[in-house]
Design a protein around this ligand. Structure first.
Ligand SMILES: Cc1cc2nc3c(=O)[nH]c(=O)nc-3n(C[C@H](O)[C@H](O)[C@H](O)COP(=O)(O)OP(=O)(O)OC[C@H]3O[C@@H](n4cnc5c(N)ncnc54)[C@H](O)[C@@H]3O)c2cc1C
Length: 496
């Protein structure tokens, strides 16, 4: 490969999500000149927050009786304001690269990570009376994978037979080599059935974690990626499944400190600038393709020595020359698919959600899936005058994508009343529905669509959660991909 023999190569990083931020930060540490180009006015990509002034704080007429619950985010200045995330994000103790990035950004103290795993799981009873609750939790003095065994033996959402079968299944997970090619083309559901798991055990245990991490159920994900989730996330170490979340808006945690660190390190950021074309040329001897520059939507052409695309696959497909987009290497940019997430943010005038431990609860047999007490997560008292701010997060949300937001809101508010009886007596000040095509799908066979960091274009490297990281569509995968692209740049450039 003919890359410039420079002690300070100029790297253009395309896309300012976590992958782009991670790549830029690593490159600046290695004395590269970095320009990051991002189409939106802010960094953070799929992790961002915005200011919202919920309705109903300053009005004599409660918004539900006036029928004016906000359809879209409201940045008007009436009433208190809240930082609202585009989607609730959690991370696990095993997300070491993501945690390291937060430390590098100086925002680590704004995130919380459980000292030990504790997740309350509730099932709304058939009679719709008080939900039954139990927890998955780790025990500090037992080594993995036995650290979750005691809570598992008390896991009353399954009968004793299924509990024993699940424990056997976890042992099989522990000792299965997930990289075997046959496991990549097989669904996890099929693997679970072959290892003695019942439908009830799958829906009340295995799919809780699969849906939350892979945004799909076990029928639609490959066995190898699901095994990865259980091996790395649940069974690897005593703290690997500990749950973490941001105490502040996501932009404050990542996008803004990312911008500040890149600028402080001497990098440049061109925000609000969309890349519209990659200019690909053959080298003089015709032996290789090289990127000669990138064209922006406003007509300007930018040139660097080396390029890292940290764009989502669909966006990369639109800026590649068509022959390259159709080539075997880049075919994932056209063939990978996304899975949606719906978040419903609700402002109640009083506390409706009470939890014993952590400020979140998972639900079985309910469309609510995960409910987060955002007031507590952000350090506010839900009993105070602001009332309680709740976020409901629904993964694999295909059923909701075509549904009008007003209908989603109505359905979720009704389920909240079933799950938290106090909600029936509370006034809903505001409710905001956000639909996102959130993550790429890890369907059986999809791993072959995820490209490597190095590409057939000599000076173009790829990052992005969807590249071949071995991780699902997560912040950890994105951060790792950026670091891998920076490593690839370092090893490709002959330093003087
Ligand atoms: C609702 C929701 C909930 C999620 N929950 C979790 C969770 O709980 N835990 C977890 O780990 N992950 C979660 N994820 C996934 C996580 O957010 C992503 O995996 C991660 O942020 C992807 O980062 P990225 O940098 O690879 O891509 P992106 O964040 O998509 O960044 C790509 C960037 O490229 C920019 N761009 C696109 N086209 C152009 C162009 N032509 N020119 C210039 N710039 C361009 C975009 O604006 C964007 O900033 C969630 C995602 C969503 C949406």
């Amino acid at each position: 490969m003919s890359l410039p023999d420079s002690s300070k190569p100029h790297v253009l990083v395309l896309g300012g999500g976590l992958a782009g931020i991670s790549a830029a930060c690593h490159l600046l540490e290695r004395d590269c000149r970095v320009t990051l180009v991002e189409k939106r006015p802010f960094l953070g990509g799929r992790t961002f927050s915005f200011e919202h002034h919920p309705l109903g704080y300053d009005s004599a007429v409660p918004p539900e009786s006036s029928g004016s619950l906000s359809e879209e985010a409201n940045s008007g200045k009436a009433g208190p304001s809240f930082q609202v995330d585009n989607g609730q994000h959690v991370f696990l103790g095993c997300c070491t690269s993501y945690i390291d990035l937060l430390k590098k950004l100086g925002s680590h103290s704004q995130a919380y990570l459980q000292p030990q795993l504790h997740v309350e799981i509730r099932r709304t009873g058939e009679s719709r009376d008080a939900p039954r609750t139990c927890a998955l939790a780790s025990v500090p003095f037992l080594p993995a994978p036995f650290h979750i065994l005691p809570s598992f033996l008390r896991y009353s959402h399954l009968g004793i037979g299924d509990r024993l079968r699940v424990f056997y299944g976890l042992l099989c997970v522990r000792f299965t080599r997930r990289h075997h090619p046959s496991l990549e083309v097989q669904s996890f559901h099929k693997w679970l059935k072959a290892h003695g798991q019942s439908e009830i055990a799958i829906s009340r245990f295995w799919d809780i974690i699969i849906l939350a991490t892979l945004n799909d159920d076990s029928k639609n994900v490959s066995a190898s990626i699901a095994l990865m989730v259980y091996q790395e996330g649940v069974l690897k170490g005593r703290n690997s499944a500990n749950v973490g979340f941001s105490r502040v808006g996501l932009s404050e945690l990542m996008g803004n400190p990312g911008r500040d660190l890149i600028l402080a390190g001497g990098g440049s950021i061109l925000s609000g600038r969309k890349v519209s074309d990659l200019i690909v040329e053959d080298t003089a001897d015709g032996s290789e393709k090289m990127l000669a520059g990138v064209k922006l939507a406003d007509g300007e052409t930018l040139r660097g020595d080396i390029y890292i695309s940290a764009l989502p696959f669909g966006d990369l497909a639109t800026i590649l020359p068509p022959d390259l987009a159709d080539s075997p290497f880049f075919r994932g940019t056209r063939e990978l698919a996304t899975a949606p997430i719906v978040n419903v943010h609700i402002w109640y005038d009083r506390q409706v959600m009470h939890t014993k431990g952590e400020p979140f609860v998972a639900f079985l047999d309910s469309p609510l899936q995960w409910v987060f007490d955002k007031s507590r997560m952000q350090g506010a008292e839900p009993t105070g005058p602001s009332g309680q701010y709740i976020c409901v997060s629904i993964s694999g949300a295909w059923d909701y994508m075509e549904m009008p937001k007003a209908d989603i809101r109505r359905a979720v508010l009704q389920e909240m009343e079933a799950a938290f009886p106090q909600a029936a007596h509370a006034q809903v000040r505001d409710a905001l529905v956000i639909k996102s095509p959130a993550t790429f799908r890890c369907t059986p066979g999809s791993a072959s669509l995820r490209p490597s960091t190095t590409t057939p274009i000599g000076n173009l490297f790829l990052a992005g959660d969807w590249t071949d990281t071995g991780w699902p569509s997560t912040m950890e995968g994105a951060v790792r991909s950026g670091a891998a692209a920076a490593d690839a740049v370092s090893s490709a450039v002959p330093h003087g």
